[in-house]
Design a protein around this ligand. Structure first.
Ligand code: G6P
Length: 612
């Protein structure tokens, strides 16, 4: 969602803020703004568009000051424009704020403030909050910290905020509930941000703010409190990634870099968990709840977007290998449909960011119902990682491109390891089959590297189909979720309409769409239902559809039936998603590039959706 940065210390704040906003631009990017206090005056600039536009506007302005806040926005309340952009200043100019999240009762609060004489320039919930803080400050004749506390006690919703008070310009006040906020600790300086990405170049020491916590930061003082005004001890943690891992490394886009990082990311996901002789899998993060896992009658997997697709692959894996009944749900549906959750259920929340609001709400609901909740997250220290009882980090490294790629294969790798590990605990898979699959899992990075060698060929294919208006992706079994994921990737970044379907379901509807203008991507690697997929290909070809098939290397049957093939190395069907998704990621990537789209920041999307 939106990105937040803040700085207080001895350096010039503005370059730090702008730099941080650029690093955060993947979270939200329809407008940006900064506020810097120079010791005398507050300077606020905001602009619709990219951080670059804001930077250009500020080029000739000499703004010096050691304290400031900045924001890059993904609109929720009010269209993206200069007025709705953050920071927002209160009516009498006493407070300035940046905010992530949503104030759900903002309409009531707005009406309340209107009755008190407040007028609003923007349509945002954030302007309501900053005016409420000011109202509390003036009404209660209190200090800025207490005014923030009083205002937050009236707020329903999610927020991460950083506030600067004009009458107390030597401090920043930050608070969070459900939206992430990280504080970087330097020498005589502090950096604030919605995730650690903009902080790593200055310090590796951070404090992740907890829900309902407030931080009051002065140049050389860090006070942590809860909203009840009790002092707390900040827990300082070390960030594990470095700057190189969040830069493009010579690739044109983060997404392409992340696609190519998959062999390494999967190695990293397996590191220390799979023994080199393939005899054992150990997931240290869940040993504390292993007994409960083994006693569970069913697993419920929750996630959104790509993470939900990983969950679907997980369903096939866990049911096939470990014979555990699994349900997979969108976080957003689960939370509102009064689901039946038992205390002997295992709920697994999958989330790259660990901050997705709908998934987090599902976690909270599951916990309330006494289920054991596991997390599969990429971002260390993220909200879901902290809210869950136990979990397994994917360790794929920072993912910046909005369209998720390496996070997906890392999530599937974790689910594969989990299923294989449980298969041995439960005795559902012969040890020889287990060992063969683990051996093969270790070879997956090399197999993906072979797929990546076809980069140029896939780019040519993308060129042939970049002007298509619709695409269909079809797969069966383990490859049905891959069809969904391939279609999602194409939609997200090329804006071509695409649907994923189980191949056999095509005859119940989508077949009506097939004509010579309809490209159909088939996942047709050799597995148990290969022959059935061949029949589905026939059905499309006989109606004039144009077929691109993902096939097993050396397949000489499909090649004679279809327009194009992309070969992948032979792989067991349980591991096929890890390999077959890669050409689909590249196809979507090149279609988007060739159509001139902004791949890393597709329109209307955000990397981390911290609102409902
Ligand atoms: C957003 C992103 C998707 C992502 C989904 C879930 O919609 O644009 O790429 O799959 O959120 O994100 P999570 O961080 O929970 O995996």
């Amino acid at each position: 969602m939106c990105g937040i940065v803040g700085y207080i210390g001895h350096r010039d704040a503005l370059p730090i803020l702008l730099n941080g906003l650029k690093r955060l631009e993947y979270r939200g990017y329809d407008s940006a703004g900064v506020a810097v206090h120079d010791g005398q005056n507050l300077h606020v600039f905001k602009k619709k568009g990219k951080v670059k536009d804001l930077e250009n506007e500020l080029k000739d302005k000499k703004i010096k000051g050691n304290i400031g806040i900045g924001h890059t926005r993904w609109a929720t309340h009010g269209e993206p424009n200069d007025v709705n952009a953050h920071p927002h200043v209160s009516q009498n100019g006493l407070f300035v704020i940046i905010h992530n999240g949503i104030i759900e009762n903002y309409k009531q609060l707005r009406n309340f403030l209107k009755d008190k004489g407040y007028q609003f320039k923007s349509e945002t919930d954030t302007e309501v909050l900053v005016n409420l803080i000011e109202y509390m400050y003036l009404e209660s004749e209190t200090d800025a910290e207490m005014a923030v506390r009083l205002a937050l006690s009236e707020v329903i919703g999610a927020y991460a905020i950083v506030v600067l008070a004009i009458n107390e310009p030597e401090k920043l006040i930050a608070a969070r509930k459900s939206s992430p906020l990280v504080i970087g600790i330097g020498k005589g300086e502090f950096f604030l941000a919605s995730d650690a990405t903009p902080i790593v170049e200055y310090t590796d020491q951070v404090v992740y703010l907890d829900n309902n916590n407030m931080a009051i930061l002065k140049e050389d003082e860090f006070i942590l409190k809860n909203l009840a005004n009790e002092r707390l001890n900040p827990i300082i943690q070390k960030i594990e990634f470095d700057l190189v891992s969040i830069e493009k490394n010579g690739y044109d886009h983060f997404m392409l870099k992340e696609i190519f990082e998959q062999p390494v990311a999967i190695q990293d996901t397996m590191r220390g968990r799979v023994t080199s002789d393939a005899s054992m899998i150990r997931l240290g993060g869940i040993t504390s709840v292993l007994k409960k896992i083994l006693a569970a009658k069913r697993f419920v997997i929750v996630g959104c977007g790509t993470s939900w697709h990983a969950g679907l692959v997980g369903e096939y894996l866990l049911e096939n290998l470990a014979r555990i009944p699994v349900e997979v749900e969108y976080g957003s549906e689960f939370r509102y449909r009064n689901p039946i959750i038992n205390s002997d259920d295992i709920v697994i929340a999958i989330s790259q960011s660990g901050e997705t609001a709908d998934t987090l709400a599902a976690v909270e609901l599951a916990k309330k119902n006494n289920a054991t909740v596991l997390g599969i997250c990429n971002v260390v220290g993220s909200s879901i990682a902290r809210e869950t009882d136990a979990g397994v980090y994917t360790h794929a490294g920072p993912e910046i491109g909005v369209a998720s790629t390496k996070a997906f294969t890392a999530q599937v790798t974790v689910l594969t390891m989990l299923s294989l590990m449980l298969s041995q605990e439960k005795g559902t898979l012969p040890y020889s089959s287990f060992k063969a699959l683990v051996n093969e899992l270790q070879q997956i990075p090399d197999k993906i590297s072979k797929v990546l060698e076809q980069n140029d060929y896939i780019k040519e294919l993308a060129y042939l189909y970049k002007d298509a208006r619709n695409f269909l992706y079809l797969g069966r079994g383990y490859l049905y979720p891959v069809a969904l994921e391939g279609a999602l990737k194409l939609k997200e970044i090329s804006y071509i309409h695409a649907e994923g379907y189980p191949a056999a379901e095509m005859k119940h509807g989508p077949i009506a769409l097939i004509d010579e203008n309809m490209p159909v991507v088939f996942l047709a690697t050799k597995d148990q239902i290969y022959d059935k997929v061949l029949s589905n290909i026939e059905e499309v070809k006989s109606r004039g559809g144009r077929v691109i098939a993902i096939v097993t290397e050396g397949d000489d049957t499909v090649i004679r039936m279809v327009d194009h093939v992309i070969e992948v190395p032979p792989v067991s069907e349980a591991l096929a998603p890890l390999v077959t998704v890669v050409p689909l990621q590249l196809l979507a990537y090149y279609a988007a590039v060739l159509r001139g789209n902004n791949v890393d920041q597709p329109r209307n999307l955000a990397k981390s959706v911290t609102v409902e």
